[in-house]
Design a protein around this ligand. Structure first.
Ligand code: GLP
Length: 246
């Protein structure tokens, strides 16, 4: 059963998530699984603060992306590789050469998915940060994704495209396809840390933690992992029974 911590606000979620990353690094883990979206932004800022004040070094660590848009030009600011460069790598002592992800511009996407699946498997991720989509997706595993799926091409739902339109100049610019680690890939990480912030996530989080394990809510697959920390602010935890939280 996941460990659930209900925290007062997004800042507290970020600090708790950073603590878990630090613990993994101190325990010798050098492969970090990184997520994009707004949920981990505070965590990256907190990690950057700790590096700047000499309390943490990420030198020698490697970052592995969960997913990537298909078809964006490499210089587009919303490719997830660029997002992670901007939000994490450029503000810490991670080496830009040590960011790994699927190439959304690959000519053969199936082959690229297989290549990345192998790379992630070989990396043994110590801690994987995750957000949750308002429809219960993790990575870009949309509802209906087989829970045993590995890295592959996925077509985004209109709901996810409209949720992510805020990062683009217009909704039409949001890619229709992505490469994403599958639920089975994600479950191979040693520890999973799910961040949920805001009331928009309350239904999805409640379904993920208290509903059945089902492809209808891909995040519910976390119930099958032995080491999951869920860090939620009060509004995201609003749909959960009080007895679950600490
Ligand atoms: C995005 C990402 C996910 C992320 C989720 C939630 O589409 N592919 O990895 O967790 O949606 O995003 P946000 O944190 O911005 O709500």
């Amino acid at each position: 059963m996941p460990v659930l911590r209900v925290l007062p606000d997004a800042g507290a979620v970020a600090r708790a998530a950073a603590d878990l990353v630090v613990a993994a690094v101190r325990a010798g883990s050098t492969s970090l699984g990184v997520a994009t979206g707004s949920s981990p932004q505070g965590t990256y800022a907190e990690l950057a603060r700790r590096v700047a004040t000499g309390r943490l070094s990420l030198a020698g660590c490697r970052a592995y992306l969960l997913d990537e848009y298909v078809g964006l030009p490499p210089e587009h600011p919303q490719t997830y590789r660029r997002v992670i460069r901007r939000e994490l790598v450029d503000r810490t002592d991670l080496d830009p050469e040590d960011v790994h992800g699927p190439d959304g511009g690959a000519a053969d996407l199936a082959q690229e998915a297989a290549r990345y699946e192998e790379e992630v498997s070989a990396a043994s991720i110590g801690v994987q940060l995750l957000g949750i989509g308002s429809n219960g997706h993790i990575g870009f595993n949309e509802p209906g994704s087989p829970l045993d799926a590995v890295t592959r091409v996925v077509e985004l739902t209109e709901r996810t495209r409209s949720d992510n339109a805020r990062f683009f100049a217009s909704g039409d610019e949001v890619p229709r396809h992505v490469l994403t680690q599958g639920p089975a890939t994600i479950l191979r990480a040693e520890r999973l840390v799910l961040l949920a912030i805001g009331e928009r996530k309350a239904d999805a989080l409640a379904a993920a933690l208290t509903g059945p394990v089902t492809p209808d809510c891909p995040a519910s697959v976390l119930q099958r992992h032995p080491d999951v920390h869920v860090l939620a602010d009060r509004t995201a935890a609003a749909g959960l029974p009080v007895s679950l939280g600490t």
